[in-house]
Design a protein around this ligand. Structure first.
Ligand code: CA
Length: 236
């Protein structure tokens, strides 16, 4: 029998964490609640979790720092994080996603929406390619299971977002992806953020890719495309 997915809820508002835990449990998930960032990090490293629901405003530390810690620890970096943010500021969510969070909900959210999003992330994680799924493309090697990227056999450290950007472009290679499409599929932003965000990240990704940077071509006025060769003529 399959083990029930286990969710760690890091949330200091008792009423809210109780409702969240109740509804996730009713949906067949196992739930552990922590009310401080420190306890959450300790819990995350102590046993297997399939997902973390993370409040950004915690009494002892910022949720963004919790996110950073979880993503910087090899034992926990693969755990998807769903940010629950009370702040209306887009910037915190963008930073959270840059740190490797998978999705966010804005408070006040409906618990039903939260459960649906948790389910969606768990489904994505479940259907993720197996750990041996390595794609080689000239000087570039993408390990889709382990979320690692190598250029000329040297590992390139990418953020979760950069990895998703690269693998999305690669999966749809030779088809130009508009900035709006990328924002939706890579950033999973339903609300429009500055499309310059895409350009900024592509620039950073290219810098990190070095010899493989030429695979990512700008299609003027449209967006980006993964080319069949890093030195294919045309583009910029
Ligand atoms: Ca809080």
């Amino acid at each position: 029998m399959r083990m029930a997915p286990r969710v760690l809820v890091i949330e200091d508002e008792k009423d809210l964490s109780t409702v969240i835990a109740y509804n996730l449990r009713a949906d067949g998930l196992e739930v552990v609640v922590c009310d401080t960032g420190e306890a959450g990090i300790r819990e995350a490293t102590s046993r297997r979790f399939d997902l973390v629901v993370l409040d950004l405003m915690l009494p002892d530390m910022s949720g963004l720092d919790v996110c950073r810690k979880i993503k910087a620890t090899s034992a926990t970096k693969g755990i998807p994080i769903l940010i629950a943010s009370a702040r209306g500021e887009e910037v915190d969510r963008v930073v959270g996603l840059e740190l490797g969070a998978d999705d966010y909900v804005v408070k006040p959210f409906s618990v039903r929406e939260l459960v649906l999003r948790v389910r969606a992330i768990l489904r994505r994680a479940e259907s993720a390619p197996p750990p041996t799924d390595i794609v080689e493309f000239g000087v570039l090697k993408i390990d889709r299971g382990a979320h690692r990227v190598f250029v000329n056999d040297e590992e390139v450290q990418l953020t979760a977002l950069e990895f998703r950007l690269l693998s999305t472009l690669h999966e749809r290679r030779n088809r130009t992806q508009g900035r709006d499409t990328l924002l939706l599929d890579v950033w999973q932003m339903n609300t429009p953020v500055e499309s310059r965000t895409v350009d900024t990240h592509v620039k950073r990704l290219r810098e990190k890719l070095g010899a493989a940077s030429g695979y990512i071509r700008t299609v003027r006025g449209v967006g980006y495309r993964f080319a069949s060769s890093p030195d294919e003529p045309g583009g910029d």
